[in-house]
Design a protein around this ligand. Structure first.
Ligand SMILES: [Zn+2]
Length: 283
């Protein structure tokens, strides 16, 4: 089969489960277009050491500010380095390997899970120690820091609706939807790219779907091409272009049932998605 995906718009690839929409986009299209950027909900680094501060790069700046203020080396403000608790090596937790069971993880007694050693915590910047600063939310940190570099990196997280995260929250604790938005945060200033998202609405509810849609719209406005594989009607209805696969799943799938705008889809008699969309719009 041959299908044309328009550039510079938001395309939704739809169809019942097993109709081949994922194979078409996530496998075949991505294979033929290796420059396409796939944004998924998979964790950004499962390490407890990865946080919004490290991911956005502001951690380096914060360490420098603390070092300068206190006249000591910046490595005191890294829990992976001089600043770390010596017992847990800055992870804030101790893992006991069990011979025949899953390892047991408990908070470190030495630092109480705070990760830093007492010397590191004795230094302050504008009245706060490093741990207190890392417990600020991104929004609070915007008010706290004057540094342009820090503020512009944090602004991108606020733009994707994640201003409520704290600087030091391990990214391994974020939900799939949050991870997706963290990844989108670093893409919002780009143009001329092709983005692929497989079921980006998975696990999202009302307001979060609206936020996601606004971000996808922004990518398109910036001159990018966005392709989503999606079954949620509220997203499909907002796409510029729809490619509907079918007619059924499995061996009865794999055909393109429809290509066109959402309005045109409503007139398509043989598309299951059209049927669902008509029902949803009648409600
Ligand atoms: Zn410790």
């Amino acid at each position: 089969m041959t299908v044309t995906i328009p550039k510079g718009v938001l395309t939704a690839v739809t169809g019942v489960a097993g109709s081949g929409k994922s194979s078409l986009v996530c496998h075949e299209f991505v294979r033929r277009n290796p420059n396409a950027i796939v944004i998924d909900q998979k964790a950004i680094g499962t390490s407890i050491r990865s946080t919004p501060a490290t991911y956005t790069g502001v951690m380096d700046e914060i360490r420098k500010l603390f070092g300068k203020e206190n006249g000591v080396t910046a490595s005191w403000f890294s829990y992976n380095s001089k600043g770390g608790c010596t017992v847990c090596k800055g992870t804030g937790q101790i893992t006991y390997d069990m011979a025949f069971a899953e390892p047991v993880v408990v908070p470190c007694e030495e630092c109480g899970g705070h990760r830093y050693n007492p010397t590191a915590l004795s230094y302050t910047y504008k009245g706060m120690n490093i741990e207190e600063v890392l417990s600020l939310t991104i929004e609070q940190a915007m008010d706290f820091f004057d540094s342009k570099k820090i503020r512009s990196a944090l602004q991108s997280m606020i733009d994707v609706g994640l201003g409520y995260l704290t600087l030091g929250q391990p990214t391994s604790t974020l939900s799939g939807g949050e991870v997706q938005r963290v990844k989108l945060a670093s893409e919002l200033h780009k143009q001329g790219e092709v983005y692929v998202l497989d079921e980006p609405s998975t696990g999202l509810h009302g307001k979060d779907i609206e936020k996601l849609l606004a971000l996808l719209r922004k990518l398109v406005q910036n001159g990018n091409t966005v392709i989503i594989v999606e079954h949620r009607l509220e997203l499909i209805a907002q796409a510029d272009y729809i490619i509907d696969m079918g007619p059924e799943g499995g061996s009865n799938g794999g055909q393109v049932m429809f290509c066109g705008t959402p309005e045109e889809l409503l007139k398509c008699e043989r598309s299951k998605t059209a049927e669902y969309l008509k029902k949803a719009m009648a409600l």
